[in-house]
Write a new protein. Structure first.
Length: 284
């Protein structure tokens, strides 16, 4: 658990929610019933929006002047490797992201990933991102997993921690799966420390990076625990993921999220639609 993480003392307590009202802002509600309001108020109490409208009676709520500002729902980042944030400023023309990842990943201890997570989550907050799917792919030990979860909890954002493999581990090896049930039980069980703002998922290497004798048991382990799965699906040739074949093995559906898949054929995209599989598109 969190108390076993070396070198630092996590502080899980978040500030208490306030009673506030934002006045006279431009409201982009992304809600068909509310619509967009040119000059209106948003009343927030105990972390929940309780009213949106013009001239709200907010009692003794603390007022924030929103004149000239936009109030809108937070952005969602559906794919972020938070652990690698610390070495982002080390990139240069002759030393790219993957060189750094492969070279530095073995040296990241629990405190390193904790601090990288805290930096990434602070950047997210500053950018208006309030919900994140963290595709974790350097969870080297149970202590690393605990450190990552603590950083998530401390951020106060809505997020999913998708437990993943150790970076650069051989593609022919099934990742260690013994810690996954522990994390689910200790952090995400009934009344667990994770709370309702953090959920648990699984980062699957899948057919893009591993053979069937590896990706099948890894997927089954996640599904046996009822965990949603996210996986890279390739950003361009020669990598190929054949989505048409995946429903036959139960890999697709509402609890699976594909990432990138820029090379998807029309029939691949149609298969994702038919199975209700989600897609987060983008390039690194």
């Amino acid at each position: 658990m969190a108390s076993d993480i070396p070198h630092f003392e996590p502080k899980l307590a978040l500030p208490k929610h306030a009673d506030i009202v934002v006045r006279n802002a431009f409201i982009l509600s992304v809600d068909r019933q509310i619509g967009n309001l040119e000059s209106a108020d948003v009343h927030v109490r105990d972390g929940m929006i309780i009213a949106v409208g013009v001239g709200l009676d907010a009692g003794e709520a603390t007022e924030i002047d929103g004149d000239g500002m936009i109030v809108m729902p937070g952005f969602v980042d559906a794919h972020w490797h938070l652990w690698s944030t610390l070495f982002r400023n080390l990139l240069r023309p002759d030393r790219g992201y993957y060189d750094l990842l492969l070279g530095l990943a073995p040296h990241f201890d629990a405190e390193d990933v904790y601090r990288s997570f805290r930096l990434a989550l602070a950047e997210a907050t500053s950018a208006g991102i309030t919900k994140i799917l963290n595709f974790s792919h350097n969870t080297r030990t149970p202590t690393h997993a605990d450190a990552e979860i603590v950083a998530h909890i401390e951020s106060g954002l809505r997020r999913r921690f998708s437990y993943g493999h150790v970076s650069a581990m051989p593609s022919t090896e099934v990742m260690p799966l013994d810690d996954l049930p522990r994390v689910q039980r200790e952090w995400f069980g009934a009344n667990g420390p994770a709370g309702d703002q953090l959920s648990l998922g699984y980062s699957w290497r899948g057919p893009l990076l591993t053979p069937p004798e590896v990706y099948r048991p890894e997927f089954e382990a996640a599904r046996n625990l009822g965990l949603p799965v996210t996986t890279h699906a390739g950003q361009g040739p020669p990598h190929k993921v054949d989505a048409l074949q995946m429903p036959n093995e139960g890999f697709l559906g509402p609890e699976t999220l594909f990432v990138h898949f820029l090379e998807a054929r029309a029939e691949d995209r149609q298969t994702l639609v038919e199975t209700g599989t989600s897609l987060s598109i983008g390039m690194q």
